[in-house]
Ligand binder design. Sequence first.
Ligand code: PDD
Length: 275
Amino acid sequence: NLVYLNGDWVADENAKVSVFDRGFLFADGVYEVVPVYQRRPFLLNLHIQRLQRSAEAIGIESIAAEFWYQLVSDLIHRNNLDDCLVYIQLTFGADSQRSHLPTQPLTPTIYASVSPLQVHWNTPTPVKVAVLEDIRWHRCDIKSISLLGNIMLKREAAKKGALEPLLHRNGRITEGASCNYFLVKQGALYTPPADHLILAGITRTWVIQLARQLGIEVFEVVCDVNQLQHADEVFLTSSSREVQPVGQIDDIIVGNGQCGVITAQIAEAFHASKR
Ligand code: PDD
């Protein structure tokens, strides 16, 4: 595939970044993942707004929204893909040496690529999650490329045979390592508020809106491990997963282990909204 790197279009295997890039040395950067359906980026404006919020939070100078819209459009067309995931990464830039604080004004490094999107919406297979302690920092609202905590937790979950960890801080479930979660209790949806302890997922926002349109009540409140374990249904959301039912939490089977009725309804509405 062709990737974009600092103004150039190059084959992915030929794209090279400086060893002095602050993204490489310090993970000093932010990113976005945008799903594309039938060549149309889905909810792109919300992704670009979040990218700009993340960039501003870490002190990268602002880049006009129009630049990002054009970049995403060019990426899709140059790679001639219908359904895909667009990855955008923005780092503080390359310095002339390793220094915790930049030694001079830097130009941000901009990188963007595409990857295949494989979501089988019509057969959402329930997955297993493992509840683990959230060891990440306290600014999970920033979509930082520093994903070490997330990846350590993913590995630990994988060792337990789970696809995703569900993370808790003092018993309160925050989110997954790369997704948000919802639980269903007596027909209503519950998901934690979009504070600094979670990433405010675009899919999460969209699901809340869709649910309310369907007449399903949604409460943005903190939920603890006990509520999670006693939920009627649980599902995960992200740009790459869309709506993914959870069939098992550690050793506990959720409902009958199959995709729940409300989850199926939301997944169906989500799929319909892509067109
Ligand atoms: N991850 N929480 C975390 C920690 C995430 O990394 C993600 C997305 C989400 C869901 O956000 P959204 O609905 O906007 O995709 C929540 C992306 C897909 C990734 O890292 O690949």
